[in-house]
Design a protein around this ligand. Sequence first.
Ligand SMILES: [Zn+2]
Length: 341
Amino acid sequence: MRAAMILGKEKIGVTQIPDLEPDGKSVIIKTKLAGVTGYDTTLWELGDITTETVPGHEIVGTVVNPGPRDDLKEGDRVTVLPLAACMECELCKSGQENMCFKNRNTPGKSKTAHGTFSEFFAARPEFVKKIPDRFTDFEGLMLSPAATAYHMVKEMGVSPGWKVLISGGGIMGALVAMWCKYFGAKYIAVFEKNKTRALNLMDYGETTKILDPEDREIIDIILSDTRGLNAQFECSGNARFMNTGILTLRRNSTIATLAMYKKSAPINFFMLNTKLIRIRPFNAHTPADFDKVAELVSANPRKLNLKRYYSASVALNDLQSVFEELMTDTHKYEKVVINKF
Ligand SMILES: [Zn+2]
């Protein structure tokens, strides 16, 4: 079957990998949509982490072989959670599956398991979720990234009146803004340099201010607006932006990090210590978060509008040029999906 693979630094191409045979243990899915994420472009940029495995950890597809899942049948529309949790350790048993150490082997994020950029995908049965009929394919694909943002915002305790900074207005930053507003935040500043993304964010109506993180005046602007923020959500993978954000936080606040996985980064520990600011890393979401998000999105389709993040559908063959464009500051994409394999 056809699949995309990282072929080296900033190189991705289509290749043939062995067909999947039903083994009674996995759910085999024919891929309809695979989402392109910042994690995939980072693997491509670095080029040396997963050169033998297929990237991609977002999918909507139809069941070809349900394996051990009695409740699934051929043709069912499903998505797969980006987890490889053991389901046996204390963390897994207490509903913190996203914290399990075994997630280092998540398909599409590791050297050990192929991801979703291929014609078919073999999923662990416990992480396959049916997509309710009321959602489009694209909304179905967005439920999992929306659950990752939901998990962060909920765990950070965002509540009415909060003032927050989101560093990076890409798809995760936009989803974090959506949930911050949903949980009652009254001031939501976003660091974003890309003009299209900035315009989109203002259009969505959740963001109070979009700021250029290179402009030093923004610290005074935020402080005079707010007298210090409750929290920063780091969604850019850029340590300089995070350090600028630290200067806008109030004492005893928290920075949630999601995107700081590219390489080691210089953090302003002087300011962290002076202001007693904590850093709290996050990874993915739990199966329970997914169910909750599916319920909330269907109950609040206007406030929690996942359709609006759609940008483009591309073919597996197009990935090299799409990734090159995604690395520029001027691209016009939010969520790109692969729909031709
Ligand atoms: Zn575990």
